[in-house]
Design a binder for this molecule. Structure first.
Ligand SMILES: Nc1ncnc2c1ncn2[C@@H]1O[C@H](COP(=O)(O)OP(=O)(O)O)[C@@H](O)[C@H]1O
Ligand SMILES: O=C(O)C1=C[C@@H](OP(=O)(O)O)[C@@H](O)[C@H](O)C1
Length: 283
């Protein structure tokens, strides 16, 4: 029994670490999961190109889906990803969503759960694996459903989902930053700004929301505000993504190309992509 699925990465509108309310948008870069189920016990995970990376998240995703829809199967799960890991671009949500959908497909159970609930299985697996602070239903829902979502991560509740057709510029510095290591106390200090960002996002003003988020979280987590200040006159929105270190800017393609010329001066990888509105899909 084999199943395959892919799920997109995402960028941040509102980081949920301050208040539990978060918002994110899917982007056109993917993680693919292949799941093979057998009658043997145990699930073995593998991450292509990262033999030392932590595979507990994807193993827990398979186990949780089998617990609910299967019959005690074990097996293997392998991910291949275009999304840099632990870089603020929601590699964990993309891997979890792809694995949950691939496992459902392997069990021929894809019609037994809607995508919002399938996404909650991955969020629970992320909590089990200790790779998240709030569960990150904001990032997971954006990746699973596509478009821009606003969520209450304390209740895994979807507050809003809309679609935006933006070009997206991403700067991924060479460093890595695991969400589980983020300084939550510092994030909580900027809760009044996070509340303002949530109001803007719930009004559909996602781009300005993300810029306010970026200034607040760069200050709280000690990331440079310079990439935001450079981009601000040219783009609709620009922010630190998640707990960093990546930054994303959204707006018109030609304006983003101008920002790209500035951001490429820095170390790391600067790349242009677009928003994604279809979400995760079985293959
Ligand atoms: N392609 C992948 N396959 C399996 N697990 C992954 C993959 N990408 C990320 N993960 C899991 O997610 C963790 C990183 O999560 P996190 O620090 O939240 O970064 P991000 O912001 O990219 O989601 C990794 O330690 C690993 O457990
Ligand atoms: O672990 C978490 O609960 C979260 C991690 C952050 O994202 P990254 O994983 O991209 O750093 C943040 O943006 C999100 O709102 C919640």
């Amino acid at each position: 029994m084999e199943g395959r699925a892919r799920a997109p990465a995402a960028g941040t509108v509102l980081n949920a670490l301050a208040t539990g309310t978060g918002s994110a948008f899917a982007i056109d870069a993917y993680t693919t999961a292949t799941v093979e189920l057998t009658d043997e016990d145990g699930v073995e995970g593998e991450i292509a190109g990262a033999p030392d990376a932590d595979t507990r998240l994807i193993e827990r995703c398979v186990e949780r889906v089998v617990q609910r829809f299967g019959d005690g199967q074990g097996g293997t799960v392998r991910t291949e990803s275009e999304v840099p890991m632990a870089s603020g671009l929601k590699s964990s949500s993309a891997a979890a969503n792809a694995t949950v959908l691939a496992t459902l497909s392997a069990l021929d159970a894809s019609d037994e759960v809607d995508r919002e609930d399938a996404c909650r299985i991955g969020v629970r697996a992320a909590r089990d694996a200790g790779v998240t602070v709030t569960g990150a239903f904001d990032d997971a829902s954006a990746s699973m459903l596509g478009g821009v979502t606003v969520t209450d991560n304390t209740a895994d509740e979807l507050l809003a989902r809309e679609e935006r057709d933006w070009s997206v510029l991403v700067w991924t510095p060479p460093e890595r930053s695991f969400s589980a290591d983020a300084d939550v106390d510092r994030c909580e200090q900027v809760a009044p700004m996070a509340e303002l960002v949530a109001d803007l996002a719930l009004d559909g003003d996602f781009a300005r929301a993300m810029t306010v988020n970026g200034l607040a979280y760069c200050a709280a987590l000690d990331f440079p505000t310079e990439p935001i200040v450079e981009a601000m006159p040219l783009v609709e929105g620009v922010s630190l993504s998640g707990t960093g270190p990546s930054f994303t800017a959204v707006g018109e393609h030609s304006a983003l190309k101008t920002v790209r010329d500035i951001w490429t001066e820095r170390d790391g990888n600067t790349w242009l992509t677009t928003t994604q509105t279809d979400g995760a899909q079985k293959r």
